[in-house]
Write a protein that binds this ligand. Structure first.
Ligand code: PMT
Length: 396
């Protein structure tokens, strides 16, 4: 019989802490071994006894307690976890976790844990949206911590807005996705491109675009987590290089072309989420100076190589997925690119839509496949990445 999976369930001091009792019960009913760890603030909202009655194990609260079966409690708990879930997670916990502060049992477990971590924030909307909390969540996401985003609605404080703990089904789905990760890309070699490119005008200026790299990085990390051997070719971004993959940094479209076309023959799948500059020029040797007369230089632009089209020509049996960033006639432009560039699939985003396209953490994408399928995807860029990989996996 397969050994039971273990979830270390952190519960922090939010009004929503009582919902963790229901979550704990649902996990136990599904055959998961749960070790609850409550912060001192959580204990103000919900009794450890509630969890102990469900799990039949001591509920850990105090770092220095001698009443639990663990020898060095935080290390033993961290080692046991197949998944570390903190639900609800307060701004305080998220801030400490992001900054490596370990001043109670839960934060010391968080520091020691190597299992996948899933957080479900719950707090007042002003706190949720505060620059500090958003920054801390971003730091954790870049480290691979998964989030079940808070929902909008009436909050305990009387405000209406984002900050409610996500529903139990969403919490369970995220925990089970982490407990039983898909390995459907095991043995596949996947090339992903991300970010913008820069075309120098002179030593201090360049042509570029608003791509942050988030979409491509999310795809690369999702493919890695599903077992793929990933090569990420990235233009300049502010994102931390993800671990567990080859990361190739380039600046110009020509450099991206060289990096991608030379590696493509060794790949099974290529996904081109980058936004390479379409135009380049011969850069001036020195900084272009403003003239007294107030004239402006005329830049003689020429086309950069179309990387995706080049891959389409040498595709063979590989799976090739392009992206299309459009501001109008999205479907017809996307279908045109699918055909012209010999793609198997294209992910079209209308970059004028709120919540879609450049820089944000979410995207709204329509997939068009060569077999005629049309699929709508939306959510965090990580969720879109996983759904995109689901569609690719079906066709490999
Ligand atoms: O990076 P983010 O901030 O997360 O934003 C995500 C995104 C909007 C950049 C991403 O979702 C996206 O749409 N990427 C494609 C952007 C783009 O260049 O679209 P395009 O329609 O101009 O190009 C079509 C395809 O050709 C793309 O796959 C592109 O990578 C590729 N291309 C473009 C130009 C070029 N010289 N060579 C190429 O291969």
């Amino acid at each position: 019989m397969e050994a039971k999976k273990t979830v270390v369930l952190g519960v922090t001091g939010s009004v929503a802490a009582y919902k963790a009792v229901g979550l704990c019960s649902a996990l136990v009913k599904k055959g998961v071994e749960v070790y609850p760890v409550l912060t001192q603030s959580a204990v103000r909202f919900v009794a450890p006894l509630s969890f102990e009655s469900i799990t039949h194990t001591p509920c850990a609260v105090d770092q220095f307690s001698r009443e639990t079966p663990w020898e060095i409690e935080h290390i033993a708990l961290a080692k046991r976890a197949d998944v570390f879930a903190v639900m609800p997670a307060t701004a305080n916990f998220i801030g400490k976790y992001a900054n490596g502060i370990a001043d109670d049992l839960l934060t010391t477990v968080a520091m020691a844990v190597t299992a996948p971590a899933v957080l479900a924030p719950a707090m007042n909307s002003a706190m949720y949206l505060s620059p500090a909390n958003q920054h801390n969540m971003k730091v954790l996401k870049e480290r691979g911590v998964r989030f079940v985003e808070a929902e909008s609605g009436p909050l305990a404080c009387g405000d209406v807005g984002v900050g409610r703990l996500a529903g139990e089904e969403a919490l369970l789905a995220a925990i089970f996705a982490a407990l039983y990760p898909k390995r459907d890309f095991a043995g596949r070699r996947v090339l992903v491109t991300a970010g913008p490119t820069r075309e120098p005008i002179d030593p201090v200026r360049y042509i570029s675009n608003r791509s942050s790299g988030k979409m491509g990085y999310a795809i690369a990390m999702a493919a890695r987590d599903r077992g793929a051997q990933v090569t990420l070719v990235t233009g300049p971004t502010a994102l931390e290089a993800p671990g567990g993959m080859e990361v190739v940094r380039v600046t110009t479209t020509q450099e991206m072309y060289d990096a991608v076309t030379s590696r493509f023959p060794g790949m099974d799948v290529a996904i081109k989420a980058a936004a390479p500059a379409d135009f380049t020029l011969d850069p001036a040797e020195n900084k272009i100076k403003k003239t007294e007369e107030g004239g402006a230089p005329v830049l003689a632009l020429r086309r950069t190589p179309d990387i995706l089209a080049a891959l389409g020509r040498q595709k063979g049996g590989r799976f090739l997925c392009g992206f299309a960033a459009e501001t109008q006639d999205v479907e017809s432009y996307a279908l045109g690119k699918l055909e012209r560039k010999n793609l198997d699939m294209i992910a079209a985003n209308d970059v004028t839509k709120p919540g879609a396209g450049f820089d944000g953490d979410t995207n709204i994408v329509t997939l068009y496949a060569r077999d005629g399928a049309k699929v709508q995807l939306s959510g965090t860029k990580r969720a879109v990445a996983d759904a995109l990989l689901d569609e690719i996996a079906k066709r490999l």
